[in-house]
Each structure stands twice: as structure tokens, then as C-alpha cells.
Design a protein around this ligand. Structure first.
Ligand code: 16G
Ligand code: ZN
Length: 531
């Protein structure tokens, strides 16, 4: 009852935007920052329930809107092992966020009973935010919710999203056999830098890397990380976190991927190796200008194929290939050529899932080594307990085998297994390119992408677009799937699908085909059929 009173009192400081329905979506709650106070308050309440339900394990709250414009913000919860919030709890988040403030304490109480939360359990929460101007206000709101519910909390101030996921996992595994690392920002840098050093034994990074940080939190954090690294020459660009409007503006991984071009500010020369992070540093894409000044993108599909081929080679050299089930997880957006390459050249199994990190992550856990990346550059590699054991306990029979086993061991530390992490993925790519002795040109040469086109279509009601088969087909509106199939059959290597966006009020159409003009044409025709 005292807590209920405290909740109500704290909640009534805020004003709930009228006539808005809030929904915990693929990436938590995300919208214009000035609408978010009561939503963040609700998330604070839920974090306390989630932690109590899990006997006081640490739960994370991240305040960010990733690659969205500077005036947006968002909030999402992180589960104890650094994973995304369990799906069932998303509906509780939605319920609390929509509760009128006068009765939000009642909804909280209802949930306590429904979920069967033991209120005498402790609650522990860590939180952080990206560099958006609205972040400090929202963290204040979060603070109020956590204080009202008597939660023990730690404010990690500015962090990348994956750094917060890392800290959550570290805190919950501290002192157990699954200890993941020191639960501090410095612990994160040390772990990555040590692992990088080990993976890089005997090889050298060729040339420098220019990293566009989307003018977000990744900029200062990459500069920090660089203090711990040696043997790598990184040039940081677009790291202005002072001017709030520059965030994600004309730069960053989402800009580069969707516009299929380098940021206009880029001063890179032909063949220079470039990379872009997004606003909270959980996405990474690479690119370069070729000799004819044509822009060449190396996106999430390319990182997945690079990582899968490298880990497969290492497993063979280590003599443990037969003991590890290595697989790749993609979404419908993966370029058809990447899928072909994985199946036919790498000869690895593929699972295709719905869009959204949580879907890919769960599918990846079905393999001993699960390589998952969305084409947009979000992804990582997961290692099963069996994989970790095999890597650790195999007795090497030769120096070469020992070196491979040690490299694999170091990779399990270099790769952020909680969530896709642009800084960790960047070191992974740099290490693999160094081992293979490849420039981005050789990396690009492994296969040829099919030209593709993405179109955003405004519709009256996107909820009528119901997909199945991992979003590759539509069951409704009736007849549309047949139309799409008959259109794509007219183009050489034509493939197209339409799905309702999970983050915007629109339908997205994807098309690929053997030539640029065919891909564009197919996309236009399917978009017309959709609208
Ligand atoms: C979110 C997802 C991202 C996905 C995108 C699709 C997370 C952390 N983020 O940003 O993985 O690619 O949504 O957006 O899951 P869409 O549904 O609007 O196409
Ligand atoms: Zn992001």
C-alpha cells in the first residue's frame, strides 16, 4: 500500500498524451521524445516487477531511439543474460504504458497478482542512455519510477546499447561459472581489447579504417576503446555529440544502407576501408569506393558470410568441425546471392526468421555456433555451452591446431554474445580481414549481390497485411500474394515481398532481380499492387 501510494504520487507529476495507444514493439517503445514521460515511467515500474519476478536479478533499461531522428527517443528493457525482454512481458509493458495515471498503481497491482511476483524479493536495475538531448529528462522519469518502487539501481550515464547489455549479463553472472566479464565500461573495453590482441596474434591489419559514428554515443565510446587497442589505425569521423541535431543526420549505418551511398561528408579515397555505426552503436556496415568511384556496400549479409566462413575454417583447422553445428540466421531482406553463397559455397544450414533481433537471436541459439545478421548490419555470433566446452577442452595435436583453438577461444570473448554490437563486430571484421589478408575488394569479390530495391508504401491500414513463411509471403489481403508471385516470375532471378513495418506506419516492399532496372521495375510494380 505504501508503494502504491508512492507510485500514484510520482506518476501524477506527468501528463499522459491523450488519444495515443502505446505499444512495446520490435525495439521497445519509440516515438517523438516529448510523448515519452509516462511511457518511461511505466517501463520503470515493469523493470522493478521483472527483477522481483526473477529473484532480484539485474534488469537493464536503455533509453535510445537508435537510428531514428534526433527529436525521437525510446526505451527498452534488457533481460538478465543481456537478451531482449521475453515476449510475453511485452504485453505487460503495453498495458502499463496505456494505463491512466490515476490507476497505474492498480494495474501494477493486478500484474503483481497475475504474474505472481513475490513482492518481498529485491529489485535491481541498471540503466543508460544515448546522447539525445531528451535523455536526461527521461532518465529523471525512470529514476522517479524506480525510487517509488524501492528499486536498487545504478545509472551508467552514456553508453552504447550493447555496452548496457554487456553490463547486465556481467552483473548477473558475477561469481558463477558463466562469468562474462567485469560489469563496468572499462571492463568492456578491456575484454574486447584483450580478445582482439589474442585473435590478432601473428597477423597485421592492413591500412587504416575510417569509422562514421552517426554523431551518436558510438563516437566517444569508440575513442575510449581505442585507448585500449593497439595494432589498428582507426580514424573517427561524425562524432559530434555536442550539436544535438547532427545525430543520424546524413550519416550513420542506416543512412548508408538505405541510401546505398557514403555520407556526403566522407573524404575517403577510392579503396579506403570505411565503416558506419548507427546512433546507439548496435549496427555496423562497411563500404568503399572502387577504382571507378562506384560505391560498394558490405552490409550485414556480408559480415555474416565473412564470419561464418572464417569460423568454419578455424573449426576445421582446430579439428573440431564435426563436433560443432555451425549455422546462419537471416531474414527475408538477405540478398539472394548471400543465401546462395552460404548454401552452395560455405555449405552451411540457414534459418530464415521474421525481422527483429529477438527472432534471429533465438533461432541462432539452435546452433552450436549461430551466426546471425540482419542485412541492415545488426547481428552477432552465439556459441552454445557445448561449443564453449569443445573449444576449451580439445587437446591440440599440433601447433597449428593449438593456434586455431586459441583463436576460436579468443573469438568467443571478442564477440558480444548478448546482442549485436557494432564495436565488437568491427573488431571481428578487422581481425578476419587481417587473417585472410583481404582488402574490402576481395571481401566483395566472394559473391556478387543481386541489385535490390526497398520501397516504403503508405497505406490506409497496414494491419491488414498479414505475413507468413518468415515474412516472405502474404496471406492477406486476399489475392495479393498471387499478384506478387506472377510479377516476380517475369524477371530473371526476381524475388519480391511486402510486409507491414513494425516500427512505422507503412508497408515495406523489397525486390531483387538480375539487373538494376529489373529490380527497380519489380519493386515499383509490387508497390503499385500494394497501395
Ligand atoms: C527494429 C529492429 C531491427 C529491425 C527493424 C525493422 C531490434 C533491436 N531492432 O529496429 O532489428 O530490422 O526494427 O523495422 O530488434 P521495420 O519493421 O520498420 O522494417
Ligand atoms: Zn541501433
Amino acid at each position: 500500500p505504501a508503494v502504491k501510494k508512492a507510485i500514484t504520487e510520482a506518476a501524477l507529476q506527468y501528463i499522459k498524451p491523450e488519444g495515443r495507444l502505446f505499444e512495446y514493439g520490435t525495439a521497445g517503445f519509440r516515438m517523438k521524445a516529448d510523448l515519452l514521460n509516462t511511457v518511461v515511467f511505466a517501463v520503470g515500474l515493469l523493470a522493478s516487477l521483472r527483477s522481483k519476478k526473477l529473484s532480484g536479478q539485474w534488469i537493464g533499461v536503455m533509453v535510445t531511439a537508435s537510428h531514428n531522428p534526433a527529436e525521437d527517443n525510446g526505451v527498452k528493457l534488457v533481460d538478465p543474460m543481456g537478451e531482449m525482454l521475453e515476449a510475453e512481458w511485452e504485453t505487460y509493458a503495453t498495458r502499463l504504458a496505456n494505463a491512466p495515471l490515476e490507476s497505474i498503481a492498480d494495474v501494477y497491482d493486478e500484474l503483481v497478482k497475475e504474474i505472481d511476483v513475490k513482492m518481498t524479493n529485491p529489485a535491481r536495475v541498471v540503466f543508460a542512455r544515448d546522447t539525445r538531448a531528451s535523455g536526461s529528462r527521461l532518465v529523471g522519469v525512470l529514476n522517479a519510477a524506480l525510487t517509488a518502487t524501492e528499486v536498487e539501481f545504478v545509472d551508467f550515464k552514456f553508453m552504447t546499447t550493447p555496452q548496457l547489455h554487456y553490463v547486465v549479463r556481467c552483473k548477473n553472472t558475477l561469481g558463477t561459472q558463466y562469468e562474462y566479464g567485469e560489469p563496468t565500461e572499462q571492463g568492456y573495453y578491456e575484454k574486447l581489447a584483450n580478445a582482439f590482441k589474442k585473435v590478432m596474434r601473428g597477423v597485421k591489419v592492413q591500412g587504416g579504417l575510417t569509422v562514421d559514428c552517426a554523431n551518436g554515443v558510438g563516437g566517444p565510446k569508440l575513442r575510449e576503446l581505442m585507448k585500449f587497442l593497439s595494432g589498428i589505425d582507426i580514424k573517427v569521423v561524425n562524432d559530434d555529440v555536442i550539436n544535438p541535431d547532427s545525430l543520424n543526420f546524413d550519416c550513420g549505418a542506416d543512412y548508408v544502407k538505405t541510401k546505398q551511398r557514403a555520407p556526403p561528408s566522407s573524404k575517403a579515397a577510392p579503396l579506403d576501408r570505411c565503416a558506419s555505426l548507427d546512433g546507439d552503436a548496435d549496427r555496423l556496415v562497411y563500404y568503399f569506393q572502387d577504382e571507378s568511384n562506384i560505391f560498394r556496400l558490405l552490409d550485414g549479409d556480408r559480415i555474416a558470410t565473412l564470419a561464418a566462413s572464417f569460423i568454419g575454417d578455424l573449426a576445421r583447422s582446430a579439428g573440431i568441425a564435426s563436433k560443432l553445428k555451425i549455422g546462419v540466421v537471416q531474414t527475408a531482406y538477405a540478398n539472394g546471392s548471400s543465401t546462395d553463397y552460404i548454401e552452395k559455397v560455405l555449405k552451411l544450414p540457414i534459418i530464415c526468421t521474421n525481422t527483429g533481433v529477438k527472432h534471429l537471436h533465438h533461432a541462432a541459439l539452435r546452433f552450436d555456433v549461430g551466426v546471425y545478421f540482419e542485412a541492415n548490419g545488426h547481428g552477432t555470433v552465439t556459441f552454445s555451452e557445448n561449443a564453449l566446452k569443445v573449444i576449451k577442452n580439445t587437446e591440440p595435436q599440433s601447433p597449428a591446431q593449438q593456434h586455431a583453438l586459441e583463436s576460436l577461444q579468443a573469438l568467443t570473448d571478442l564477440i558480444n554474445q548478448a546482442v549485436g554490437d557494432a564495436l565488437s563486430d568491427m573488431l571481428l571484421v578487422e581481425a578476419i580481414l587481417a587473417h585472410k589478408g583481404w582488402s574490402p575488394k576481395e571481401w566483395l569479390g566472394t559473391y556478387t549481390d543481386l541489385p535490390s530495391r526497398l520501397v516504403r508504401v503508405e497505406v490506409n491500414d497496414r494491419s491488414i497485411f498479414k505475413a507468413y513463411d518468415a515474412e516472405r509471403k502474404l496471406e492477406s489481403p486476399a489475392g495479393l500474394q498471387g499478384t506478387i508471385e506472377s510479377l516476380q516470375s517475369r524477371y530473371n532471378k526476381g524475388r519480391s515481398f511486402a510486409r507491414a513495418s513494425g516500427t512505422e506506419d507503412a508497408v515495406r516492399v523489397y525486390a531483387e532481380a538480375a539487373s538494376r532496372s529489373e529490380a527497380d521495375d519489380l519493386a515499383t510494380r509490387v508497390a503499385n499492387a500494394v497501395s
